[in-house]
Design a protein around this ligand. Structure first.
Ligand code: ADP
Ligand code: MG
Length: 417
């Protein structure tokens, strides 16, 4: 059997899955061949398997660095249930249990060892590992190593010395969120750029994309909702005050709108969320506080009444629509007021010039998306590093290509008037 066939049989037998999902096999293949890889795939795409299978198939020990004790425990328990020899050392366990796992590692029985970054990068741990010579290091949530993205963690910083210490080891990084700058920064820090970056699975073809300038939001919102009565959806607003205002406005117009924001009492929030989950026809009018962990597959639309926080935030927020694969709509209206507010926020937020410059640039990227004159999906996917050659046919730009008006005649008339 070649290594991919072995990987396939581990997928079937240890994990009980029929086939790889798009993108998984490509990453497995590279790690098995000893290539360094940075893999960027959305949450839920199945990144864990992409390194667990190579870890099982390859000789020797693989170390997986993960930022959260809960994540390590979950993964270790799942692997153990599948009969994989796994160990886990972190501060959330008793000393005896850690020692027991450590003995197993030294005994050579363990295939995968989960460690927190601060545990790994101590001289004491590294000295012991020098003797064991792990064949592969995997950094999960790899965006934490970069100051460019969101979510930098100081305890990840030391991981940039891993490559120098273990030049023969294969290094893999995995993340769901990294724009182009962040991606190359991560690849640089993890393996000096000597490896492949693979981006996959960001397309959600069933979600129609549309963006228009804000004129009168009440009319625009009602026009949008008029044809979607009886459907579940989310209206995202930039402020708590606005969610309340919009929710009452909808109720006055015969649409069941419920507010959701962090300023509400836990009970009220809980209640609105439960209604939204169980009822067919509720429009949740929410700040970004709403969404994490919402598992409702038949959300038919996401309407942005204000600019989202970033391209990443936009992608995550619209991604809550159409999880069932049926057609869904993502519509945004954006106005000068949004842009002004956001610029002010950035200016007040920090005194660090570098940070401000970065944030203004992120906002510019978002605005470029809003004002796109080419397929929005192509733009969105290329932002996440995914190549999509063809226009999608399922966004407002594809459906109504902007006509380039020859303004010469008008201009001449104006000038001669
Ligand atoms: P991520 O880390 O990318 O957010 P996970 O690795 O946690 O995603 O996987 C998400 C879910 O997908 C898990 O329940 C996992 O078992 C499942 N999964 C992953 N790969 C496959 C596959 N090839 N076939 C079926 N289910 C899969
Ligand atoms: Mg994961």
């Amino acid at each position: 059997m070649n290594h991919l066939q072995t990987a396939q049989s581990v997928l079937n037998e240890a994990f009980g899955f029929d086939s790889f999902r798009p993108g998984q096999e490509e990453i497995v293949d590279r790690l098995l061949a000893g290539r360094n890889v940075l893999a960027v795939m959305p949450t839920g795409a199945g990144k864990s398997l992409c390194y667990q299978i190579p870890a099982i198939v390859r000789d020797g020990l693989t170390i997986v660095v993960s930022p959260l004790v809960a994540l390590m425990n979950d993964q270790a328990a799942a692997l153990e249930a599948n009969g994989v020899a796994v160990a886990c050392i972190h501060s959330g366990k008793s000393r005896e249990n850690n020692v027991m796992d450590w003995r197993n590692v030294q005994g050579g029985d363990v295939k995968i060892l989960y460690l927190s970054p601060e545990r790994l990068m101590t001289e004491r741990m590294l000295t012991v590992l020098d003797a064991i010579k792990p064949g592969m290091f995997i950094v999960d949530e790899a965006h934490c190593i970069s100051k460019w993205g969101t979510g930098f963690r100081p305890d990840y910083a030391a991981l940039e010395h891993l490559k120098a210490r273990y030049p023969d080891a294969t290094i893999g990084g995995f993340t769901a969120t990294a724009d182009a700058t962040t991606r190359s920064d991560i690849a640089d820090k993890l393996f000096g750029g000597d490896g492949d970056t693979v981006v996959h699975g960001f397309d959600r073809p069933n979600i129609w994309l549309g963006v228009v300038p804000k004129t009168q939001w009440r009319n625009q919102l009602m026009e949008f909702l008029e044809t979607r009565r009886g459907q579940s959806g989310i209206v995202y607003c930039a402020s708590r005050r606005l969610t309340e205002e919009v929710a009452s406005f909808l109720s006055e117009n015969g649409i069941r709108g419920l507010p959701y924001h962090a300023g509400m009492s836990n009970e009220d929030r809980q209640q609105n969320q439960e209604l939204f989950m169980s009822d067919e026809a509720i429009v949740m009018v929410a700040t970004i506080a709403f969404g994490m962990g919402i598992d409702k597959s038949d959300i038919r639309f996401v309407f942005h009444l204000n600019l989202p926080g970033s391209m990443e935030a936009y992608y995550q927020e619209i991604g809550r629509a159409g999880r069932d694969g049926a057609p869904a709509d993502a519509f945004m209206i954006y106005g000068l007021d949004d842009i002004r507010t956001r610029r002010q926020f950035i200016e007040q937020d920090s005194s660090e010039e570098e940070y401000k410059r970065k944030e203004h640039k992120r906002l510019d990227t978002l605005l470029a998306y809003c004002e796109a004159t080419q397929c929005r999906r192509v733009l969105l996917l290329s932002y996440f590093g995914e190549e999509e050659a063809e226009a999608c046919g399922n966004c407002d730009v594809c459906q109504n290509p902007p006509t380039l008006i020859d303004g010469t005649t008008e201009a001449q008339m104006l000038l001669s008037a």
